[in-house]
Design a protein around this ligand. Structure first.
Ligand code: DAK
Length: 256
């Protein structure tokens, strides 16, 4: 049986490739379980500094597996710990980049939005077409899409099921950048390697602080930022980073 998730490690970057290409990487229970398991493990791996989640050329993921879900009852849906599973991504301390080529629809778009940022191939198409199936987004689409692109666009996309191309997604703030499809992985790896090369405590602090801004008032967020800023001066890496700058050399971070 083929693996639904392929894990590859390149230096300090872990790449998780969704691997159900014939079903456009539809997210079935097995794939999700496997993805979340990998993310939980990588989150605590000292040799990994950044995670990339990607799919195939045609699809990042075309949504939750409709064939698997179609006959499910309310109890079938509500009893498993779906939310806890997805929290492996939400709770991961390492940065996670979604490298999106082709379709990122429904749960696929939600998965991309759970990641810390999206690098989109020029072929990427984003959408929350759940309304066409008489359901709604259920793993964050109504919340994260609205925060990313604003109420008007989120309402229009979710209520009509319309897809958004890469250019519109970048303009609207959903994707960080557009990259030609044939360069997507090479460019994503460069970005991921760069992040993975920085001092891990400062990467954690930056990610946590930005995520906090979604949860709290500006005053509380600024206070939180200060609380995570000062302890960085207790790290060896801060001394090394600043010494390297003054000595005009590359820093050698030890992640402590
Ligand atoms: N599920 C299962 N199979 C899918 C699929 C999906 N979401 N998307 C595509 N496939 C399969 C197709 O059935 C087809 O399989 P075969 O017929 O060859 O066996 C194969 O992938 C190729 O697809 P197409 O032949 O349709 O390819 P096209 O290029 O013509 O069209 C398309 C590509 C992406 C436009 C089309 O496949 C499509 O519209 N797909 C469905 C997109 C969609 O509606 N996505 C939203 C799914 S609902 C939950 C929270 C959230 C959710 C679930 C649970 N809980 C809290 C528990 C999320 C729900 C969703 O995401």
């Amino acid at each position: 049986m083929s693996e639904t998730i392929i894990l590859e490690k390149v230096n300090r970057v872990a790449v998780l490739t969704l691997n159900r290409p014939k079903a456009l990487n539809a997210l079935n229970a097995e794939l999700l379980e496997c993805l979340m398991q990998h993310v939980s493990e990588l989150s605590n791996d000292p040799d990994t500094g950044c995670i990339v989640i990607t799919g195939s050329e045609k699809a990042f993921a075309a949504g939750a597996d409709i064939k698997e879900m179609s006959d499910m009852s309310y109890i079938d849906m509500v009893m498993p710990d779906h939310f806890g599973r997805h929290n492996a991504i939400e709770n991961c301390r390492l940065p996670i980049i979604a490298a999106v080529s082709g379709y990122a629809l429904g749960g696929g778009c939600e998965l991309a939005m759970m990641c810390d940022f999206i690098l989109a191939a020029d072929t990427a198409q984003f959408g929350q077409p759940e309304i066409t199936l008489a359901i709604i987004p259920g793993i964050g689409g109504t919340q994260r899409l609205t925060r990313a692109i604003g109420k008007a666009k989120a309402m229009e996309m979710i209520l009509t099921g319309r897809l958004m191309d890469a250019e519109e997604a970048e303009r609207a703030g959903l994707a960080a950048r557009i990259i030609p499809a044939d360069e997507l992985m090479a460019e994503t790896m460069m970005v991921a390697e760069k992040i993975a090369g920085f001092s891990r405590p400062s990467v954690y602090a930056a990610k946590e602080s930005i995520k906090r801004s979604f949860e709290v008032s500006l005053a509380e967020g600024l206070h939180y930022e200060q609380r995570v800023f000062y302890p960085l001066f207790a790290t060896e890496d801060q001394k090394e980073g600043m010494a390297a700058f003054m000595e005009k050399r590359k820093p050698k971070f030890k992640h402590k």
